[in-house]
Every structure is written in C-alpha cells, then in structure tokens.
Design a protein around this ligand. Structure first.
Ligand code: ATP
Length: 307
C-alpha cells in the first residue's frame, strides 16, 4: 500500500459508513458529524492550505480521537485528489497521488504506555505518517511545537483531534490562531462537535486496528503516571451477567465492520504489552470492560488521575 491507497481505503470506510442501513440514534448522529467534518476539510480548510504541500501537519499521539480524525482526513484527502484530477485533460490513470507521507507531529511529553508506543509505530507505517517526535521531557508543549515549526518552516496549520467536551475545548473554533503564549500557527479542529459515542462508532466500524489499551478499560490515555483504566468500567465480582448495567452500544458496528466477510464480535486492537500488564496488575487495575462500553462524555476522563 501507499498513502494514496490507504487514503482511498479510508474514503471507502466513510462512504460505507454514510450508507449504513441502520438508523440507530448514534449512527444517525455520527453520519451528521462526519458530513460536518468533511465539509470543513473540503470547503474551508483544503482550499486555504493545500494538503498536498507541506502547509498542513497533523498532530498525532495514537489516541482514539486523532485516529478517527486521521481516517476522516485521509478520506477527504482522497476526495480532494479525485476532484482535482476531474478537471485535468488526462485520464485518471495518468495521475499519481501527490503525497508520499503525511507530515505529523508527536509531542512525546512524559512516560507513556509501551502498548501506546507500539501502536503509534504500527499506525505510523499503516498511514504513512512522517512523524516528528519531540525529545521527551525536554520542553513544554508550546516549546515543543516551536521546535517543530523551526524544523518545518512551511507549516502554517496543524490539525488537532480535540472535542468540545475535552478540557478547555468548550469555546474553541474549527479554525483559529494559537494563543499569544504559543508559537504562531493556525489550529485546525474539525472534530470539535463529535461526541464520545460518535468516535467509537466510526472507529469500531472502520475495522482499523486501535490501541490495545482501550480494550483494557482505558477511555482516554495520558502518561503512565496519570492514567488508569476508567473506574466506571470496573468489573465487579458476580455482576458479570448484566455488565454492571453497562452495555456495548456498538454491536452493530463491530459485527458489520468495514471489510469483514462475516459478522464477528472481534475488534482489532494492537497487542497489549506485558510491561503494561505488569503495571496494571500491580495497581490492581486489570479487570475492566472495554473502553467503548462507556459513552458518557462527562466520564471519559475519569481515569486521567494521578495513581
Ligand atoms: P484519548 O482522549 O483517547 O487519549 P486523543 O489522544 O486523540 O484520545 P486528547 O488526548 O483529547 O485525544 O487530545 C486531543 C488532540 O490533541 C489529539 O487528538 C491530538 O491531535 C492532539 N494531541 C494531544 N496530545 C498530543 C501529543 N502529545 N502530541 C501530538 N498531538 C497531541
């Protein structure tokens, strides 16, 4: 595969999702969310910053929100490519996808889970990410972005997978300048309006491999010292039959995931590292329902506390 082919694949995922024959409230609202994001990219963002130049970068930390946004971004990149060759005098087979890799920035701030690191490595090659990784623990977030911009002087805009329900997300806009205490670039935030259930619905339907921590009860991932599985997903003994009242709202997405030849309950997750298993075992935090059992946005970060 190359970047053009994986972009076409992501386009097929979103097109297939949009034509899904299921009118559950979550799927309906996710379709609306996808269309809004798609319009942002195609009408507002790509005409302003050419995605086939090095004007736009993607901020990626392997989390579920940026992976969902990456699938949408690549899907729109493919659509943008198709529309650009439509006006050409040459037939489509003469047009090469103009980008070989996607400029990506990963700020490696603190000690992360091995499972996440390995998952970032897998997605780096899966999606042809050309990742700039900031040196760990050397800098603050603004300083790390300043370094990135010094290495990538053509970058004008950076795509970020933040949502309104994230901390400090409520007042953000899809396109806005960084604050005055940050290096100057345009923040591109086309996932703001997405709910937690929208993110899970698309991601689980995509059949793309997701970070294995989510299967172990994580719902949002920070550093090793500041993240545990979500306490609201804890399995209590004897309560297995009704899942503590928790429910998998995404059975349809999982069973009918894109590209599955037969419906199965399998979710493709990256391998769970034995070193992380040891950390969670020591903390007594190994027995949790998968992260996607939680759809309440207000509880998403309940596991983002100091141990
Ligand atoms: P999760 O909440 O499950 O960890 P996520 O990491 O994608 O998913 P957030 O932690 O809310 O979401 O971060 C919001 C967005 O900010 C990310 O999607 C990513 O675009 C950007 N971001 C956050 N941390 C980093 C980082 N260390 N390096 C690069 N980008 C980051």
């Amino acid at each position: 595969m190359n970047l053009g082919e994986v972009s076409a694949h992501c386009y097929n995922i979103t097109t297939s999702y949009l034509s899904a024959n299921n009118d559950s409230a979550i799927i309906e609202s996710t379709k609306v969310a996808i269309r809004i994001t798609r319009n942002h990219f195609l009408q507002e963002i790509f005409p302003r910053w050419n995605p086939f130049s090095d004007q736009i970068s993607f901020s990626y930390n392997g989390g579920k929100d940026c992976q969902a946004l990456l699938i949408l971004y690549l899907s729109c990149l493919w659509e943008f490519f198709l529309s650009s060759i439509q006006v050409s005098q040459y037939p489509p087979e003469y047009h090469l996808f103009p980008l070989k890799s996607l400029p990506t920035v990963y700020i490696n701030q603190a000690e992360t889970f091995r499972t996440l690191e390995e998952s970032i490595e897998t997605t780096r090659s899966r999606y042809f990410l050309s990742v700039y990784e900031s040196p760990r623990n050397q800098t603050s977030m603004p300083e790390a972005f300043k370094n990135y911009l010094e290495h990538n002087t053509h970058t004008q805009a950076i795509v970020i997978g933040i949502r309104y329900t994230d901390p400090f997300g409520a007042d953000l806009k899809c396109v806005q300048k960084t604050d005055s205490d940050w290096p100057e670039f345009m923040r591109i935030q086309p996932l703001l309006h997405w709910s937690l259930s929208n993110v899970w619905s698309l991601l689980l339907y995509s059949n793309e491999e997701i970070c294995g921590l989510y299967e172990k009860g994580f719902t949002s991932v920070g550093s090793v010292n500041s993240t545990i599985p979500n306490p609201y997903l804890k399995r209590s003994p004897g309560a297995d039959r009704d899942n503590n009242g928790l429910k998998n709202h995404f059975e349809w997405e999982i069973r009918n995931a894109y590209g599955k030849e037969e419906p199965t309950d399998e979710v493709r997750v990256s391998a769970f590292s034995s070193s992380d298993a040891k950390i969670l075992q020591e903390a007594g935090t190994l027995n949790y329902y998968p992260g996607w059992f939680l759809i309440d946005d207000s509880l998403e970060r309940a596991g983002r506390a100091r141990r």
